[in-house]
Design a protein around this ligand. Sequence first.
Ligand code: HEC
Length: 132
Amino acid sequence: MKRLLMIAGTALIAFTAQASAEGDPAKGEKVFRKCAACHAVGEDAKNKVGPQLNGVVGRAWGTIEGYKYSPSLMEGAGEGRVWDVETLDAYLLKPRDVIPKGRMAFAGLRKDEDRADVIAYLSQYSVDGTTN
Ligand code: HEC
């Protein structure tokens, strides 16, 4: 019995850790309101102050046609940088830490959970703006 409880406990801890690392897309939709003044996602998403964000999770830096990125961001693009979860997390915490002379005028999301949630929300959109 004791052994069984231990196994159940371990499974619960593993489950909780995974849930918080992956984020909640429904909560992320609310967090995205802070981005929506400058960014669009979804079918027919247009560039606004910032580039549209369809398929951004895993997308190479600076690839949206018709959007004029900062030289700083394009330097990273030239180095082959990609918006993987880790890079996005650091950028959304403090944009200036990742792109010191970038043009994204956003203070950052201080709560780990908010960043995980908004990344989960964004990862639902593929490059053509459809959700999977
Ligand atoms: C005040 C406007 C503004 C807000 C708010 C804002 N951004 Fe941005 N974002 C920009 C601009 C401008 C750029 C282009 C930066 C550059 O060229 O250096 C950018 C670039 C990006 C990029 C790089 C995209 C690419 O194609 O390389 C990502 C990812 C991004 N923003 C995510 C977000 C998310 C997620 C939020 C909300 C948590 C957010 N931004 C909030 C203006 C904003």
